[in-house]
Ligand binder design. Structure first.
Ligand code: MTE
Ligand code: LUZ
Ligand code: MOS
Length: 752
């Protein structure tokens, strides 16, 4: 079923935060931010800027009525810098003017002097200097030392992975509108309306009930607006509150790229021990996370790295240590996968290197160690309903590995500079927020007297199709046409205390709450019908907008609703959903944090031009467990989009900072993302058959993030192509594998 958002997006008629009708007299603001990565502010002169055309006010920390603090997990992030600055992009002031253009013009006239201090950009250096966000965390099981003793081969190595820019099409922003008294309405491009509401209340020093935060829909979030949409909402609210006028803050792309956080880069050390036939006996890993200058979501991201440090594998002896290192870069944040990809890339690198040493293909090691039911992860959760093996063997049915191997070898024996390689990537991703508290959602279902329905939930629509799926749930329960069901924009006024739409559980949880609320109304209606016709519940059926008793149509849906209203039956219901059966003890790092897991396996083939270092993705074959998909079109789109984001992260998307902490890749001319030409020549994604997920909404499965990790296969596919040209494997596995890096691997430094 096609998502009608898609049609509206293409026609350009969908409403985003910046399209929301502004009240007359709306002012526009630009953020003045630190231009050095570390230091003390000696003097700021706003004199010229204040006099600049159209400027109404410049706000600093001095204008904050409440607390100068917006940190969510750890209170370490001021809204405005006071004396010290810790990264380039840290807000110092807000210039409010008649237009955005004039605000930006005035910004250039602010004079500032700093006393610079030492800049740290590298997480290992931060660790050495004791610059940490939080104490290190350890997930462990078994006895790794004994495990290494029992191993036939033990290897050690280092793996580095890069950051990633979210590049949502809609940049960050918010519009704050003063209401009666000191109440405010804030239209925010956020994945977490409650987080914005809470931070505004804290900064303004007023009750949360006075602030209403609404997310109409987002032009993409990808995690970038889970926590980092807050600051723009707070800035616009502070200005609107102070000036009693609507104020809008919309970041120009250049600002957005420079001053918002990205995926966390990691540098990691591993040690892996295996038997000679490829059974993994022991694994130790230390993750140095480049958290940036404030906590943001870093500790939660790091937790997920630890949860997924063994990917889809059962390993009896594990010690995984995570260290959140504080550097002078913009605070990094959630990005699709949320630390999972970083953890999985390390174990896959370790398997790749081990396979070299054991002279067996990596996929043999992967397959032999897949987790099966009854086995547990280092944090104690025991696997049930694993489809890891089913997906892996399913993949081997759609791709003939032996044939591909011999074709690839044949291709690579040709003359010339083209070489091919392939690699497999199984995935296993835990579904639920790892912080159990966040696993709750709510829904409000209102049926109007003409039989149309409006649903409000905590889910934010950001392109993932959650509104469409929620409408489908209601339409299915009442057996009415989808056009009769509407989703309201997401607001803290209709659904309170929302968790951000994240962790791939937006639809799972809000869909469940909607199901519960709808079933509640259906029960009332059924009782009403039973009384009316003096029949038993079992004989009542809702079918295609008709009410059937036995096989006989008694009335239409519309008539039923109208009659129910006349007879004073409530047509509205609110329901709360809390994911059952999950818990986790962060004191001992043990528990059952996940409702269930998402599985699948991918094979990616790449071709490298060994003269130029360029490459193309020739084919992608995937078997993914979608459960019983409610909307295969949307789910396929999610799988394809996530896959491409994963491939981009592994290959061409490179974020570079210099030693002063200046972002060098600050525009689309220097930061390259996959485009249509880079799309794999063949993408074949198959749904694993007969795999209902009893924990999901109507047997469906979460889909938002997991397929991103299939992209990891492309890295090893390219390495294999390189290896057939020049028989070597890089000492340190480093991503992204840009064409420059491919050339370096192909031609060692002395040759270029
Ligand atoms: N798809 C689109 N088009 N745009 C997005 O911003 N975000 C992803 C994923 N798919 C995103 C997307 C991320 S990071 C998450 S966590 C999920 O959608 C959130 O939605 P869900 O929980 O409803 O799957
Ligand atoms: N956000 C969060 C997430 O706060 N906790 C999580 O476990 C998570 N997982 C994925 C994406 N966002
Ligand atoms: Mo997604 S990283 O959970 O917003």
């Amino acid at each position: 079923m096609i998502n009608n958002d898609t049609i509206n997006h293409v026609r350009g008629i969908s409403i985003f935060a910046d399209d929301y009708r502004e009240p007359s007299g709306t002012l526009h603001a630009a953020v003045f931010y630190s231009s050095i990565a570390a230091g003390e502010i000696q003097r700021v002169d706003y004199g010229e800027a204040i006099k600049s055309e159209g400027v109404v006010r410049i706000l600093t920390y001095k204008d904050i009525p409440g607390e100068n603090q917006i940190g969510s997990i750890i209170k370490d992030e001021p809204l405005f810098a006071e004396r010290y600055v810790h990264y380039i992009g840290q807000p110092i002031a807000l210039i409010v003017a008649k237009s955005r253009h004039l605000a930006i013009k005035a910004r250039k006239k602010i004079e500032i002097r700093y006393i610079p201090s030492e800049v740290i950009t590298d997480p290992r250096e931060a660790f050495k200097k004791g610059s940490l966000i939080a104490p290190p965390r350890v997930f462990a099981c078994g006895d790794t030392i004994k495990g290494f003793e029992e191993s036939d081969v033990v290897i050690e190595g280092r793996v580095d992975s890069g950051g990633q820019e979210h590049l949502y099409i809609e940049t960050q922003g918010a519009l704050a509108i003063p209401l009666e008294g000191d109440n405010l309405r804030v239209i925010s491009s956020t994945q977490g309306p409650t987080a914005v509401q809470r931070a505004i209340a804290n900064v303004l020093g007023i009750g949360m009930h006075k602030i209403e935060v609404e997310a109409v829909r987002l032009g993409g979030g990808f995690g970038g607006k889970e926590d980092q949409a807050t600051v723009w909402g707070v800035l616009s609210a502070l200005a609107a509150y102070t000036l009693k006028t609507a104020v809008k803050v919309i970041l120009p792309r250049g600002d957005d790229v420079k001053i918002t956080g990205k995926r966390h880069p990691y540098s990691s050390d591993y040690k892996i021990g295996l038997s000679k036939d490829g059974i993994i006996k022991s694994y130790e890993v230390t993750f140095y996370q480049n958290s940036g200058a404030a906590a943001d979501l870093s500790t939660a991201v790091l937790d997920r790295t630890l949860f997924h440090s063994t990917n889809s594998y059962f390993i009896p002896n594990v010690k995984a240590t995570g260290i959140a290192c504080k550097t002078n870069l913009v605070p990094n944040t959630a990005f699709r996968g949320f630390g999972g990809p970083q953890g999985m890339f390390v174990i896959e690198s370790a398997i790749y290197k081990a396979a070299e040493k054991l002279k067996i293909p990596p996929h043999v090691i992967q397959e032999k160690n897949l987790i099966s039911d009854g086995k547990s992860f280092p944090y104690g959760q025991i696997m049930i309903n694993s489809t890891a093996e089913k997906c892996f063997s399913g993949l081997k049915q759609i791709v003939d590995l032996e044939a591909i191997k011999s074709e690839t070898e044949k291709f690579n024996q040709q003359e010339g500079y083209k070489r091919r390689g392939f690699a497999i990537m199984p995935i296993c991703f835990g579904i639920s927020f790892t912080n159990t508290m966040l696993n709750q959602a709510a829904s409000l279902v209102n049926i109007y007297t003409d039989g149309t329905v409006a649903v409000s939930t905590a889910a934010v629509e950001m392109g993932q199709g959650v509104y469409m799926k929620i409408r489908q749930v209601v339409a299915r329960i009442f057996s009415i046409d989808i056009s009769k069901v509407k989703t309201e924009s997401t607001s803290t006024k209709t659904v309170a205390n929302t968790s951000p739409t994240a962790a791939s559980v937006g639809f799972d949880m809000n869909g469940k709450a909607t199901e519960i609320a709808s079933l509640e109304i259906k029960k009332r209606l059924t009782t009403f019908i039973c009384d009316l016709f003096e029949v038993k519940e079992e004989s009542v059926d809702f079918k295609d907008e008709n009410i059937l008793i036995g096989k006989e149509i008694k009335m239409t849906w519309k008539e039923l609703i109208s009659k129910a209203y006349v007879n004073r039956v409530s047509l509205c219901a609110q329901a709360h959903y809390a994911t059952p059966g999950i818990s986790f003890d962060p004191g001992i790092n043990k528990g059952n944090p996940f409702a269930y897991y998402s599985f699948g396996s991918a094979m990616i083939e790449a071709e490298v031009d060994c003269l130029k270092g360029t490459y193309s993705v020739e084919s992608v074959n995937i078997i993914h467990d979608f459960g019983e998909s409610l909307n295969p079109l949307i789910d396929m789109g999610q799988a394809e989009g996530a896959l491409m984001q994963g491939i981009g992260w592994m290959t061409m998307e490179e974020i570079l900072f210099n030693a002063k902490g200046i972002l060098l890749t600050n525009a689309l001319s220097t930061y390259k993302v996959p485009d249509i030409n880079y799309t794999p020549r063949k993408i074949n994604i198959k749904f694993l058959e007969n795999s209902p997920n009893i924990k999901g909404v109507m047997n469906s499965k979460a889909i938002g993030e997991p397929p991103l990790m299939y992209g990891i296969a492309v890295y090893f596919a390219i390495l294999n192509a390189i290896k057939s040209f020049r028989n070597c494997v890089p000492e340190i596995i480093t991503s992204p594998l840009t064409p420059e890096r491919v050339l370096k691997y192909l031609y060692p430094s002395e040759m270029i």
